[in-house]
Design a protein around this ligand. Structure first.
Ligand code: FAD
Length: 483
């Protein structure tokens, strides 16, 4: 479509936000060059390290990402941690556009005393552990400490955690779950999982598919939800909420053969942790405040704590109250602000970063700063599925395209002027050259290296009857990458 110059773009992060932004840009502005930076040697972000192993169909988006990566204008630069290994301002002079698409790499905490003691895990760590995220390979959660687990939080990630704890190991064996997780789950003593939320069924964040999967697990009973927690007239509700509540009300028929069970425990806000009298590092329970809804029939209802407390005895606690993004060092120097309260890069609502007053760029040797954008979870906060991340990424790409066209595809500008307006950017080659000059040691992994890792993972997986056996350490990944 485009006849004028095309942008050289750096995208930071290779999850769905990064790939869908790249796809739309490369399709619409022909000749656009995309360099995608990723801290790990492997691409796809939470599609690889978040999505549950028993949801293989969700990972089909990787086929689309594979097509994007096949373009000669696309370069994958894995194993390069922006802002940590490679200073962010170093990118400035080599790109027209930089897109922050680096997701949310921290998790929200409950704020309870003792939260860092043993037997308390963040869902992010537990999910990362069973999915082979190098950061959590050595988590070794103790699943033998007792028969009851509490998951605080009632979103889909909380249900993923509960389902993984309750599923039959024979079923998980056929997925790409890591071998060490299978081993630990096969020896787990956990028989009941409480999935606890501050609000009621009307306000729950999980979706119908995830509830249905848990209700249909073999030999797992569901504790019925008390009738008084449901609105009197379900029929009056909007269809999606009505269907979800009808399903929750119906539950699943009790199964005498069941060896495990789960419950949804509503209207409970975590208050404190209960420790063993003799061993102050042994978790014995979680104390909750009973909560009260301002308007039980509204899905947006506010909630407040009452004086009543409820203790759920447990030896294992998972907190699943959300992921959290953080700033990348050097963002401000580039001209971007990270809003700590919202946990997002500050932008205008469409993904255009709101520029801030900055100091001159160190060592960039240029007065022209790249245009900055953000996409995905770091733009709108850590909520939403891959489909909503796609919509969001397309919106960011459209903003980039509109701004680029406005600057360079104006018919009033002669082609000579256009060339002057768009000085050549060297992209990754320029960054690599500067990194060498600054003696920054990089070991980049490119797409063909990832393909070697992918092939080896599939080969080992096939021999074990699973789609792939993931490498869970960076060293192992590099060893088979053909570098
Ligand atoms: P991410 O996928 O997190 O990608 C960000 C990438 O940036 C990562 O690869 C990260 O390594 C990289 N990065 C971070 N910092 C740097 C840096 N400084 N330098 C270089 N690279 C960096 N959605 C569904 O549709 N179906 C599901 O079943 C589903 N299950 C989910 C289960 C879990 C546990 C979670 C947490 C989410 C799930 N989602 C699911 C939601 C989906 O994963 C997200 O919508 C989507 O991944 C967000 O995309 P993103 O690109 O913004 O972030």
């Amino acid at each position: 479509q485009s006849s004028g110059p095309s942008p050289t773009v750096a995208i930071i992060g290779s999850g769905p936000a990064g790939f869908y932004t790249a796809q739309k840009l490369m399709r619409t502005l022909h000749g656009t060059k995309v360099d995608m930076y990723e801290q790990l040697p492997v691409p796809f972000g939470l599609v690889r390290f978040g999505v549950a192993p028993d949801h293989p169909e969700v990972k089909n988006c990787q086929d689309t990402f594979q097509d994007v990566a096949a373009s000669p204008n696309y370069t994958f630069i894995g194993n390069v941690h922006l802002g940590h290994q490679l200073p962010l301002p170093l990118l400035a002079k080599h790109y027209d556009t930089i897109v922050f698409a680096y997701g949310a790499s921290k998790d929200r905490r409950l704020g309870l005393e003792g939260e860092d003691k043993p037997h308390i895990y963040s869902a992010r760590a537990f999910v990362g552990w069973y999915n082979g995220l190098p950061e959590y390979r050595d988590l070794s959660p103790d699943l033998q400490a007792g028969e009851t687990a509490v998951v605080v939080g009632q979103g889909n990630v909380a249900l993923d955690v509960a389902r993984t704890l309750l599923s039959k190991v024979e079923d998980l064996k056929k997925t790409d779950i890591t071998e060490y997780a299978l081993e630990a789950l096969s020896q787990s003593n956990i028989k009941h999982v409480h999935v606890v939320g501050r609000r009621g069924p009307m306000q729950a964040a999980f979706t119908i598919k995830e509830v249905r999967e848990l209700l249909h697990l073999d030999d797992v009973n569901f504790t019925p939800i008390p009738d008084e927690l449901f609105p009197l007239d379900l029929k009056a509700l909007p269809r999606p909420r009505r269907r979800l509540l009808e399903l929750l009300k119906k539950g699943s028929p009790p199964n005498e053969k069941a060896t495990k069970s789960w419950s949804l425990d509503f209207l409970l806000a975590p208050k404190s942790l209960k420790w063993g009298a003799e061993n102050s590092r042994k978790l014995e329970g979680v104390v909750f405040s009973r909560t009260k809804l301002e308007d039980p029939n509204s899905s947006e209802s506010k909630v407040s704590s009452t004086d009543e407390t409820v203790t759920l005895p447990t030896s294992t606690l998972f907190r699943s109250i959300g992921y959290k993004a953080e700033a990348i060092p050097g963002m401000e120097e580039l001209g971007a602000n990270f809003d700590e309260r919202k946990g997002t890069v500050e932008h205008d609502g469409t993904g255009r970063v709101i520029p801030i007053e900055t100091v001159p760029l160190s060592g960039s040797g240029t007065s022209k700063r790249p245009s900055l954008y953000c996409s995905g979870w770091v733009k709108r906060g850590p909520t939403g599925v891959i489909a909503s991340t796609m919509t969001d990424a397309f919106q960011t790409a459209e903003a980039i395209i509109a701004d680029w066209k406005k600057a360079f595809h104006n018919d009033d500008i002669s082609s000579v002027a256009q060339q002057n307006l768009a000085p050549e950017r060297l992209g990754w080659q320029g960054v690599l050259r500067d990194a060498k000059t600054m003696q920054i040691d990089l070991e980049p992994v490119h797409w063909d290296n990832w393909q070697s890792i992918d092939k080896e993972e599939r080969r080992i997986g096939e021999s074990r009857g699973k789609p792939r056996e993931k490498f869970s350490s960076v060293d192992e990944m590099l060893q088979v990458s053909g570098k």
